[in-house]
Design a protein around this ligand. Structure first.
Ligand code: GLN
Length: 488
């Protein structure tokens, strides 16, 4: 079952060849067998998922109508609320917090009869690129367990790569869906900002955060977008309703399409990564695309801009974790000031503290103009350069990451870690939809990825570009060694 796409799995359930309970038991068994080594799950929702499966089997027996996601097990990144289940954000601060309401995305998934199977590990509060910032345990990359799975949605990507569930939700503020998808050889989709409701997602950078799917196949990502890509009254930045049919749109040939490539910006790529990217471009040419150079040199500033704006937003968003209202309250504290100070000192990890300090500094009276306001201006430049590039092409293509999965502990300097986000951050700054798909392997067997970026609201087109490439390249059919075992 783990070799099927989610759509194939659903169809087997609907035709009656496998029951929902069998599906859930099968994936629970895989989690039990493989996850102690991978560490992707922070919580497995065993009883809840079996209960839902039983109800779906009943529904099918009675001939009642079933939803688009019937019997598909889905894992949720642990910064998204599922009512009655812990939301830890992989932080000691939130260790004992139980969500009091459902995120809109979870409600939409369950309304279409998906089965929520567990909550997935991440970098604390989604801050990081390697999952090493989880306060509980790091996630390992199924392709090479000495290596990181990427971050911050490392648990979401590793779970799909090891086929512990066919679909997961991740969140992307500066690349956290796409970079782990690339490191783990799976598909990751970051929607247009505003396409998917952020209600019930613990905020990191509110002008950047988007929820999106991680899957083995682009069709599965499209299917999820049909369900979660909905207007939501509880998110002030939610886009107005637009009837978008994602799956039928994945059939458009790329013949005659123009792909923009910022060759100059990509100049410093490692030779093996550059070779892989050139192969991607050749494959796209074979599919009938024309390649057009576009000028995106402004993206060299995107890391600086992002780490100013995202830390500024994070410092504001994380102010609510004060030891009074949510999560941890220090037992040492005897005064109100100590409640704030000790709870935050004890509850947050080093990276989160670094960002809160940086963000507060950047927003302080003397610094705002020099940093925050300047970064906003450069963000506008990024948006404008993309808009100009899109006058010359239908989609832009670039590698997802300048490196493949690295060994745990290899990047100790936070700045070195930040620099690796160079190819994913700008789309978050510009709110653009971006589909990341596997593009092959390094000689040492580590997966690589490539991204297709389209103008705002053209989510469907980004997915179609990725799908057409995937259909020809077929890297998504490979499984990491050791994870191909059937457990029936
Ligand atoms: N790696 C980036 C960071 O550390 C992006 C994280 C994200 O997208 N949540 O902030």
């Amino acid at each position: 079952m783990h070799k099927l796409s989610a759509i194939q799995l659903r169809d087997r359930f609907l035709e009656g060849s496998v029951s929902a309970v069998e599906i859930v038991e099968y994936f629970l068994k895989r989690i039990e067998k493989f996850d102690p080594e991978i560490g992707a799950f922070l919580c497995v929702m065993k009883e809840r998922s079996l209960e839902k499966a039983k109800a779906l089997d009943e529904k099918l027996k009675k001939g009642l109508p079933l939803g688009k996601l019937a019997a598909i097990p889905i894992g949720i990144k642990d910064n998204i609320h599922v009512k009655g289940v812990p939301t830890t954000c992989a932080s000691k601060f939130m260790e004992n917090y139980i969500a009091t309401f459902d995120a809109t995305v979870c409600r939409l998934l369950e309304d279409e009869d998906a089965i929520l199977i567990g909550k997935l590990n991440l970098d604390e509060f989604a801050m990081g690129s390697s999952n090493e910032n989880s306060a509980f345990y790091p996630v390992k990359n199924p392709w090479n367990t000495k290596c990181v799975p990427g971050g911050s949605s490392g648990g979401s990507a590793a779970a799909v790569a090891a086929r512990l569930c066919p679909i997961t939700l991740g969140t992307d503020t500066g690349g956290s869906i796409r970079q782990p998808a690339a490191f783990c050889g799976v598909v990751g989709f970051k929607p247009t900002f505003g396409r998917v409701s952020r209600y019930g997602l613990v905020a990191f950078g509110s002008s950047l955060d988007q929820i999106g799917p991680i899957t083995t196949h682009t069709e599965d990502a499209a299917l999820i977008m049909e369900v979660i890509g909905a207007q939501c009254d509880f998110d002030g930045t939610s886009l107005p309703e637009e009837k978008v049919e994602y799956l039928p749109a994945l059939t458009k040939s790329l013949k005659g399409k123009t792909i923009g490539v910022p060759w100059h910006f990509l100049e410093n790529l490692e030779p093996e990564i550059l070779d892989n990217f050139k192969e991607v471009i050749e494959a796209l040419k074979k599919q009938g695309c024309t390649i057009q150079e576009v000028d995106l040199d402004v993206l060299q500033y995107s890391i600086a801009v992002y780490y100013v704006l995202s830390t500024a937003e994070a410092s504001t968003n994380l102010a609510k974790f004060d030891g009074v209202r949510f999560g941890k309250r220090s037992e040492k504290a005897t005064t109100l000031d100590e409640v704030y100070r000790f709870s935050r000192s004890e509850g947050f990890g080093a990276e989160v503290k670094r960002r809160i300090l940086l963000g507060n500094y950047l927003l302080s009276a003397g610094q705002q103009d020099a940093f925050y306001k300047k970064a906003q201006k450069v963000r506008t430049q990024v948006i404008e350069h993309y808009a100009k590039a899109f006058t010359l092409c239908d989609a832009i293509c670039m590698p997802t990451s300048p490196i493949a999965a690295f060994e745990m502990g290899a990047l100790r300097d936070p700045l070195q870690m930040y620099l690796q986000d160079i190819y994913t951050i700008s789309m978050s700054l510009a709110g653009l939809p971006t589909a990341a798909v596997p593009s092959g392997f390094l000689k040492n067997g580590k997966p690589l990825g490539v991204q297709f970026i389209t103008p705002q609201k053209r989510d469907v087109d980004a997915l179609n570009f990725a799908h057409q490439f995937e259909s020809a390249a077929r890297y998504h059919e490979k499984l990491p060694a050791g994870f191909d075992e059937e457990l029936l």
